[in-house]
Design a binder for this molecule. Structure first.
Ligand code: UDP
Length: 239
């Protein structure tokens, strides 16, 4: 019997670092294939999947601007790093038979389509995975904010933030053995308890748009499928 999804259309935020695997930099082949395999499982359930990919495995604007490069220049470089990751992801999807399209918030017409909302929605309706590259297209933002933005624009039912930790904890589980995972938490509770779910701009946008978030660990086998089925996996942050 196939699992019934709780969500029909999801926005999956993958950090650039999630593609690194055990490597110190760049894209690890086994890791990207593992992630793509998890996404395929939910695509096969009939779920429409939009992905926002980060770039921190290649280039992070803020780190470079701290060393003296102008922030805007560094951020454009960061956005281009996300385009590289998006191309790698698209190819990886194709190797497992999942149709995928890349849309970039910065025009690079030889490399990827430029972001166009109606076209992106059409792809989702056709069952294609849409990978959003180049963040918001603006410096001084992050790909978390791009994920909130595209999630709202695509009318996604949920934002799924893939991390290395399997949810939001009462304290840092690496430092505090007594830390426990929240199954669910409201946006307001997360703020009052000073829990960092994602960057403040992204968090505010999700809250305002009533776009709930599930924070979950992508490296647990079958985790994405369980999240999409509405099982107890990760932490649901809700209005
Ligand atoms: N970036 C940007 N505007 C955006 C999204 C990203 O300028 O809308 C730049 C920024 O320099 C950032 C880099 O792209 O450091 C990579 O994105 P991010 O740090 O969000 O990637 P992740 O942490 O998810 O790997």
């Amino acid at each position: 019997m196939s699992t019934q999804p709780k969500y029909q259309r999801v926005l999956l935020k993958l950090s650039g670092e999630s593609l690194m695997g055990p490597d110190a930099f760049g894209i690890n082949r086994d890791t990207i294939m593992q992630i793509v395999g998890q996404v395929k499982e939910v695509v096969d359930m009939g779920v429409e999947v939009a992905v926002v990919i980060g770039g921190g495995n290649i280039f992070r604007g803020m780190a470079q601007s701290a060393k003296g490069m102008e922030r805007a220049t560094a951020d454009y470089m960061g956005m281009m790093a996300t385009v590289m990751n998006a191309l790698a992801l698209k190819e990886a999807f194709e190797t497992v038979g999942v149709k995928a399209r890349v849309q970039s918030a910065l025009s690079m017409q030889q490399v990827a389509e430029t972001y166009a909302r109606p076209k992106a929605i059409q792809y989702l309706e056709e069952g294609k995975v849409v990978i959003f590259a180049a963040g918001t297209g603006n410096p001084f933002f992050t790909t978390d904010t791009a994920a909130a933005l595209r999630g709202a624009e695509m009318n996604c039912d949920i934002m799924l933030k893939a991390t290395n930790v399997d949810g939001v904890y009462t304290a840092d589980p690496k430092k505090d053995a007594a830390a426990t995972r929240y199954q669910t938490i409201t946006f307001d509770e997360a703020i009052s308890r000073n829990l960092k779910v994602m960057d403040a701009t992204a968090f505010a946008l999700c809250r305002e748009q009533k776009l709930n978030i599930v924070v979950f660990g992508i490296f647990k086998e079958g985790a994405l499928k369980r999240v999409v089925a509405g099982e107890d996996e990760g932490t649901l942050v809700h209005v």
